[in-house]
Design a protein around this ligand. Sequence first.
Ligand code: XUL
Length: 530
Amino acid sequence: MPLYLGLDASTQSLTGIVLEVTESRREIVWQHSLNFDAEFPRYGTSNGVLASADPLVAVSSPVLWAEALDRFFALLVRESDLELAQLRAVSGAAQQHGSVYLTRGAGARLAKLDATKPLSAQVPALLSRREAPIWMDASTTAQCAAITEAVGGPDALQRLTGSRAFERFTGPQIRKFFETDPDGYARTARIHVVSSFLASLLVGQDAPTEPGDAAGMNLMDIEQRQWAQAALRATAPDLEPRLPRIVPPWTTVGRLASYWTTRYRLPSAKVIAWTGDNPSSTIGVGLVRPDRLAISLGTSDTVFGLMQEPRFDPSGAGNVFGAPNGAWMALVCFRNGALARERVREVFGLDWEGFAQALSDSSPGNEGRFMLPWFEEEITPPVRTRGVQRFGFDESDLGGNVRGVIEAQMMATAVYTEWMRQDVRVIHATGGGARTLEILRVMANVHDADVYRLNVTASAALGAALRAWHGDATGEGRELSWEDVVRNVAEPPASTVVRPDPEAVAVYAELKRAYASAISSFVTDAAGKR
Ligand code: XUL
């Protein structure tokens, strides 16, 4: 039976899922995850990040990622018991925005990877920069300002590339590299995002990128899905020849190179363009229609949705990326997610059951009281000074605080995603916070939508396996709709539905207005001022 492999190189680990597909069935037949810190201690990473003297700098090692890829395939062959001759296609996802710098001659070296030597011994010679800046890096504020100004202001940059300038985005990182190490930049022949770098290792040549991950660079014209000349000029000289091509997301970018077919006796399976972890997750959580949203309640809370046309967040905090289906997706990220929920839970000495009980003991709307839960500086809306604001109650009020934090978070996910939505009636909820039913009740009532809970844990890897299948079919001229791709494997079970209660919906319609007007005096403008 045909097998499809999906990989996800996230910040902390490499995860792979093998999917078996038949006419009537699609099933995850093998899954494995390699944690970078635990499995590759010689790199000295902490949560996947290398130590750095500057707290704003966050870098990782492309050699580590390559070694993880090697180890993953070794384990797959040794431990999976699968008939790997049936492996038809591989695709992948990776943490977004990170960049890998290849030196002149790296293309020729990639074509001649030696199957008798591990990748970790061969990748260092490909690099013009030993370390890769990743999305947690916040050291490029000056470059963001310079790029924004050169392109004509924050709105112009947002309309051109789908996002304002963000420190973690690749363009500002490239500009910083050019400014601080011009010789290194001159030696660089190719700048990959993490996803196209790993795809290049698989196909043994420079792989292209696609509009999902390219949009995380502040360099791509979001409407045309081509490099945006004004953004390239604002970033660094002679940049375009250093960037990979942008191809449609279902493109076959090559086949497993002889390194893989010789070293692991794998078939020369197709490699479908890799993308970013967020675009990949849209498929992995079954989000294939624009009238739905996915909300992930994790370390940070994220909301994403598909769009038929690119639309832009007036607050400037949201991002527009290309979507795996060839259209667009919106992503909004809230920094005060699990952390804020846990702070409140811990202050009152509650476990999650006690937290849920406190929620159900208090009433929707919190009797008109509400909280702005900025335990940390916030991304959405942009708030640069942390500080929790309570309206109508104090720190000692258990019900007020528990309900206050959840209602504030859910109102934020509604108010700050209004710009992206087309009358959303269904939400796919995922992440640790989605395990608490009472939280999903608040979500359903604030959004006036049916909420379904997903059981998927590795949604980016699952999305990659499904994209491998879709890319294989498309490449052979077989039509496969996205609804078909996710059916019975990435869809939330119908039994998990939480429906909105009309009375509570009316209460929140009122409270959302009070919340939005209270917030306006705390939000920072694009120049960082209140
Ligand atoms: C998205 C972002 C993160 C990374 C994490 O803009 O920065 O979600 O993709 O892997």
